[in-house]
Design a protein around this ligand. Sequence first.
Ligand SMILES: Nc1ncnc2c1ncn2[C@@H]1O[C@H](COP(=O)(O)OP(=O)(O)OP(=O)(O)O)[C@@H](O)[C@H]1O
Length: 265
Amino acid sequence: MDQCRSIPFGDRLRIEADQICVDYNGVVALYDASLHLRAGCICGLVGMNGSGKSTLFKALMGFVRPSRGTIQINGLSVPRAQRDQAVAYVPQSEEIDCSFPISVWEVVMMGRYGSMNLLRIPRESDRLAVWHALERVELLDLRHRPIGALSGGQRKRAFLARAIAQRASVLLLDEPFNGVDVRTEKLMAELFLQFRHEGHTILISTHDLSHVREFCDLVVLINKTVLAYGETAEVFTPENLAMTFGGMVPNVLSGGPTSTEDFKQ
Ligand SMILES: Nc1ncnc2c1ncn2[C@@H]1O[C@H](COP(=O)(O)OP(=O)(O)OP(=O)(O)O)[C@@H](O)[C@H]1O
């Protein structure tokens, strides 16, 4: 399989992960995973439960350290890229602690922390960035509301606004479409297309394969390692999907059920 196939990228690479291995106290979550993503693309990250999608995100964010291999973001090491606020992560809803008494505005302002001094006193430019981010996700009206008093879809938009306010060039989105209604799904899809146009690199983990076919330029198929990646039209084949899902082929090519949730490990 094309573990490290070359893709006709533009010049600028945003993510360069080469042969990374990550284990949790000896339990291997990822091995020899390689992935290069250029500026200005939307890439779907597809694999079964437990295949290592979140672990890949964590490695790109510097939350876990690969035991082997290298990662560069915008040509910089992960800690350096973190200092530059180059990568933003939008977590799955379940990972968000909604009991914390914090307003939507304050959540989005957290995206600006990296560019503030230790006292974290927002400047006019920070307030403007937060305002515009909330405008883009259509949450300005709810900015004073506690985050715990939002619906699941609104909460996702709030965390997307935090990523926008951060002005990161790489956006990592963990299951952004899970549990959102059609309107929010459309809004988010439009935003992702705008981000791509602005030169961002967007990596989206999803169990809904129809989303990948709809608007991902590239796709990464993962099962503890990167099995294949490249242009969606080339990589999204029955053979590759069968390999990714342990011999079962989701019926994405013929309009049947398209959720990989049917293939839980
Ligand atoms: N903190 C941890 N300690 C031990 N093992 C872990 C830890 N986090 C993840 N794992 C294991 O690493 C493997 C990969 O997990 P990961 O969360 O990256 O998968 P995933 O593809 O994101 O799954 P899902 O689709 O269910 O969210 C799994 O076998 C999981 O049990």
